[in-house]
Design a protein around this ligand. Sequence first.
Ligand code: OFO
Length: 164
Amino acid sequence: MLLDEIVKKLNDQVVKEMYASNLYLNMSSWCYINGYDGAGMFLFEHAKEESSHATKLITYLNETDSLLVLKAIDKPESNFNSLLDVFEKTYEHELKVTKSINELVDLAFSLKDYSTFNFLQWYVSEQHEEETLFRGIKDKISLAGSSDTSLYLIDEYIKGLTGK
Ligand code: OFO
């Protein structure tokens, strides 16, 4: 049985993961429309991952007999200035998610909820991976510059990250 405070924060995190999924779907669409099909594919796949982060939390709530009470999900941004802008924003977004996960970990530890603390370690590792991934892409886009040829090559590189 989880404490109400923990259940509330886990519920909030579900909504944040769903928001991330929707944000990445909007970004994916913007990329496809602007000719960056590789980035579009990558972000589409990543949106599915974010959705799975939400369902993993929901499974944990179910396993602990805790009620899921979904709230409205904010409307994510849908217009971007450039491919660099998209990936700067993914990175900023991942930093926010890391902060939110860290706050949850702190709370679980301070309330001696070691089951939730242990469950959240998966998210701690995931955020480390995602920050590294998105920072890498953002830095490569910056290095490559904004000529059509570099952007084409960068888009191919991002497509390669999907393994497709
Ligand atoms: Fe990309 O973050 Fe979920 O957890």
